[in-house]
Write a protein that binds this ligand. Structure first.
Ligand code: 4AD
Ligand code: MG
Length: 480
């Protein structure tokens, strides 16, 4: 390589040696100081120009946003704020950026709102905030693979196009090769999917779980990490139509082992970013403190970002049954004063995010694992408890996020599983292969799904899920 990255040169001790760096101009101050960033770190390398001995026409092209190649000698910096800087020998402009055009974009050096940055999502990665978020997203993704690899898991690549609705929620995007203006029809007038590309109705997957289960019952410990799609019309700061999900599935694990795995896994990946993303975390933490200053005291965060992450690592998640949670919620102030939008009246009620957030943020003030939910508010594949009315489900709730994990011990008994499917009108023909696993050496097994973007939200301290994925997809929006 004929150049060095900014992160490496900032760490270099090779004073008086010549280097070449390549990057984008963040600012050019006093015709002398170029702040150059190449994305390898949030930090810029300061390049000092001896403007009296440089071509004016060239220096006029060193504008914010331009891509340039700088060659010069590494020196200890006289100025505050950096240890080293480059004394420039030569500059090459690789790509100009017209200042008049830059002014109209988020590249112009002033504060832009997150909404504005979203409109220019193709440029926002060049800002400090989004550089930090996206580097952290990548590190978190790496930590996920490292955790599972270190713990004996195999990655299973489950299909993205499927013929089944894993969650039974019916919120799927259809995949078809048929001409929508003139689809083949059956005699009764309905669409004839036997003539479609796959010879049947297909959709984008909402979860790789069912296929992952079949793999766990052969490889023992597996996980998936891939895109999932939900056509739910949820225009919220926590939902995407396309998001990435991590789904471990383990043979011979019961629900307790599943909870232990989830807690250990989350702590590991958060510790990983604390250890490996210090500069980005410092920046994001400071950004949050600045944002908080604009808010009234009562709305400000009680912990700084890194303190909040340390807190999660150093404390046990509180494990509470659904039944206990309902009792707490029923007697809670917002319930009695009718402050909840959905009042908690009876056992069996589905928990809304307002309830989940009350439990985590007000009542327990730490991450909470809720388990043993009523069977009729959870998916068909969860194992029925002896009481006949609850299932071995667990959700992990996080402060500021709400549900970050959903999982369960799976129903391994063929007869019980068939009964539940019948009750929910799920045709056995569709899931014959899933039922087969309960015929040939069925065993206790468990797993969970963690929404990767919700994890990135928590780790970066951001509040809108649209800001932690490069190109968010949500109702009415598939730009870029
Ligand atoms: O609770 P969910 O729907 O569970 C499943 O899909 C199971 N099959 C997982 C399993 O047991 N293998 O989704 C799991 C997690 C949620 O807790 C949430 O973090 C995330 O996926 N999630 C979403 N994230 C962003 N946008 C959405 N629309 C999401 N829906 C779920
Ligand atoms: Mg869920």
């Amino acid at each position: 390589m004929n150049y060095i990255s900014v992160i490496d040169i900032l760490a270099s001790d090779a004073i008086h040696q010549e280097f070449t760096v390549k990057g984008w101009v963040r600012s050019f101050r006093a015709n002398q100081f170029i702040a150059l960033n190449d994305g390898s770190t949030i930090k810029n390398i300061q390049c000092v120009v001896d403007y009296e001995n440089m071509d004016d026409a060239l220096l006029n092209r060193v504008n914010t946003g331009a891509a340039i190649v700088v060659t010069g000698v590494l020196e200890e910096s006289q100025g505050a704020g950096q240890r080293v800087e480059i004394k420039v020998k030569s500059i090459e402009i690789e790509g100009d950026a017209d200042p008049e055009d830059v002014k109209l974009t988020i590249l112009s050096p002033k504060r832009h709102t997150l909404e504005k940055l979203r409109e220019q999502a193709h440029l926002r990665v060049r800002t400090n905030t989004f550089g930090a978020i996206m580097r952290m997203r990548s590190k978190l993704s790496f930590a996920v693979h490292q955790y599972f690899n270190e713990n004996g898991f195999f990655q299973a690549h489950t299909p993205m196009i499927t013929g089944s609705d894993a969650e039974g929620a019916g919120e799927m995007f259809q995949v078809t090769g048929l001409d929508l203006n003139n689809p083949p029809k059956k005699e009764d007038g309905s669409i004839d999917y036997s003539q479609d590309f796959f010879g049947k109705e297909t959709n984008l997957t909402v979860s790789g779980q069912l296929e992952a289960e079949t793999y766990a019952l052969g490889l023992g410990k597996v996980y998936t990490f891939g895109p999932t799609f939900r056509a739910e019309n949820s225009n919220t700061s926590r939902h995407l139509a396309e998001f990435w999900m991590i789904e471990p599935e383990v043979a011979f694990y019961d629900l307790d082992a599943n909870m232990d795995l989830a807690e250990d896994f989350i702590k590991y990946v958060i510790k990983y970013v604390l250890d490996n993303c210090q500069d980005d975390l410092e920046f994001l933490e400071k950004r949050l403190i600045d944002e908080d200053k604009k808010k009234p005291q009562a709305e400000r965060a009680t912990m700084a970002l890194r303190e909040k992450l340390e807190f999660v690592i150093n404390n046990n998640f509180k494990r509470v049954s659904y039944t206990e949670a309902i009792a707490i919620l029923r007697n809670s102030k917002p319930n009695k004063k009718k402050k909840f939008k959905y009042l908690i009246d009876e056992w069996g009620a589905d928990l809304q995010s307002e309830h989940e957030r009350y439990l985590v943020e007000k009542h327990f003030e730490c991450p909470v694992i809720l388990f043993d939910y009523p069977a009729n508010i959870k998916a068909f594949y969860m194992r029925l408890n002896e009481d006949g009315k609850t299932v071995r489900a667990m959700d992990i709730l996080f402060p500021g996020i709400g549900e970050i994990v959903g999982g369960s011990q799976r129903e391994e008994r063929l007869d019980v599983l068939k009964e539940k499917m019948a009750a929910l009108d799920i045709p056995e023909e569709e899931l014959w292969w899933y039922l087969d696993t309960r015929k040939f050496g069925t065993c206790i097994h468990s797993g969970f799904g963690l929404g990767f973007e919700r994890l990135v939200l928590f780790a970066t301290g951001m509040t809108n899920i649209r800001d932690v994925i490069p190109y968010p997809r949500f109702p009415g929006h598939a730009e870029f």
